[in-house]
Design a protein around this ligand. Structure first.
Ligand code: IFM
Length: 437
């Protein structure tokens, strides 16, 4: 493995609903995921995040795993319904106490806390008032950011406002496979705009409370055009605008791209200035490229997704394509030039069906190969001049993978859910050695 620049940030990521459990403990309010997971047929194995990895009670053990891994940073998310059980009103002290303990434990272990404010677990009370379709949710989000930073702002080393607003819009509100389960297709655009507005307002709230850098974590997927007709080209451009540019263009001061579904009536005067508030870091979550061609006649979508041949595949059936990460980083650099802040890869990882052997060891050579390829791709991008300053593996632990429940394992650490026993996999040792070097 080639050398990385001094100060490069090596970390791992998780999110609250996927690991914490304890969903009714210490006054936490319900979130849209508590509701959604209880609806029959929503989650493949019928599970919920009620217990997940029980991290709420086992955070000290998990912090020790982070210390053993030697990472310089840990990206977790704060559960909004712990801080404001109904999404409004004063801070709920018992909820923030948990993050206080976590952050202090991380600092004592020499690990920088990196906090994401919204990783999809919207308080149910806000959803009942329209959720992200309601412009007011943006203001509520800024209020929650302020309350959280008032308590943790002196110790969190990097703030991330939103996680993957594109995925929350498209799966949660476009096709309904994630909470809150709405199927609005392109009428989901207000969810994009109100999340971005909430981000911009939250950036201002955070700046007033902390000197730590502020970021957003977007999901990106470089588009591989399949076919060579004008219609294929138009389809690839439409998908690229939606997945890769809808959130980043306005964030970096370019205004919205010409994307399907964009409704100018949702954008009020001055909004574009608010949501383009300067950020210090762009978080990049990358898993795989997407094959796109022109749709069949009569399709409700202006593109069709097609599987990409010639790549190994993960247990999620996603192609393993480290070249896509290099391509994406170079594309962001070319596209945004001087407007692009330093990048940190805030998620990169893969699911495999990891099973302990007779001795209880978990060997996951595919994950090691995956991470090796993606870390090298980052290095190639840095060598080509892209300012990448960090890389976070998704995820520290096997955890509750949204609509897939417990069936997809992304962790460097295996979790036996019935006993909550943690077993570091061989990829944990591999990543530890890489970080050490
Ligand atoms: O588990 C998710 C995470 O919550 C957001 N990014 C993608 C991961 C894998 O699907």
């Amino acid at each position: 493995m080639p050398d990385f620049p001094a100060g490069f940030r090596w970390g791992v990521s998780t999110s609250a609903y996927q690991i914490e459990g304890a969903t009714t403990v210490d006054g936490r309010g319900p979130s849209i995921w508590d509701t959604f997971a209880r609806e029959p047929g929503r989650i493949v194995d019928g599970s919920t995040g009620d217990e997940a990895c029980d991290h709420y009670h086992r955070h000290a053990e998990d912090t020790a795993l982070l210390a053993g891994l030697g990472v310089s940073a840990y990206r977790f998310s704060v559960a909004w319904p712990r801080v404001q059980p109904t999404g409004a009103g004063p801070a709920h002290a018992a909820g923030l106490d948990f993050y206080d303990r976590l952050v202090d434990g991380l600092l004592a272990a020499g690990v920088d806390p990196v906090a994401t404010l919204f990783h999809w677990d919207l308080p149910q009370a806000l959803e009942d008032a329209g959720g992200w379709l309601n412009r007011d949710t943006a203001a509520r989000f800024a209020e929650y950011a302020d309350l959280t930073a008032a308590r943790l702002g002196d110790r969190v080393k990097l703030w991330i406002t939103l996680n993957e607003p594109f995925i929350h819009m498209s799966l949660g509100h476009g096709i309904g496979t994630h909470a809150p389960g709405r199927m609005l297709l392109f009428d989901a655009f207000p969810v994009a705009h109100h999340q971005l507005l909430g981000h911009g307002l939250a950036v201002a709230a955070l700046r007033a409370r902390t000197a730590s850098p502020v970021a957003i974590a977007n999901n990106y997927s470089p588009v591989r055009q399949v076919g060579d007709t004008d219609a294929d080209r138009a389809a690839a451009q439409a998908y690229d605008a939606l997945h890769n540019r809808l959130f980043t263009d306005p964030l970096l001061g370019r205004g919205y791209p010409d994307a399907p579904g964009l409704d100018p009536a949702v954008i009020h005067d001055g909004d574009l200035d608010v949501l383009a508030a300067p950020i210090d870091v762009l978080g990049v979550n990358y898993y795989n490229p997407t094959g796109i061609r022109a749709p069949e006649e009569g399709s409700p979508l202006p593109f069709e997704m097609v599987p990409l041949d010639g790549y190994p595949r993960t247990a999620f059936d996603w192609p393993v394509a480290p070249d896509g990460l290099r391509e994406l980083l170079l594309q962001l650099h070319d596209r945004y030039g001087d407007a692009l802040p330093p990048i940190q890869v805030t998620e990169s990882g893969c699911a495999y069906d990891d099973v302990p052997d007779a001795q209880g060891r978990v060997d996951d050579p595919e994950r090691i190969a995956y991470l090796d390829g993606h870390v090298r791709a980052v290095h190639e991008a840095i060598t080509a001049g892209v300012p990448v300053t960090g890389y976070f593996v998704w995820s520290l632990l096997d955890n509750w993978e949204w609509a897939e429940g417990f069936t997809k394992r992304f962790g460097l650490v295996h979790v036996d859910y019935p006993t909550q026993r943690r077993t570091p996999k061989s990829s944990y040792a591999w990543f530890r050695d890489l970080v050490r070097r």
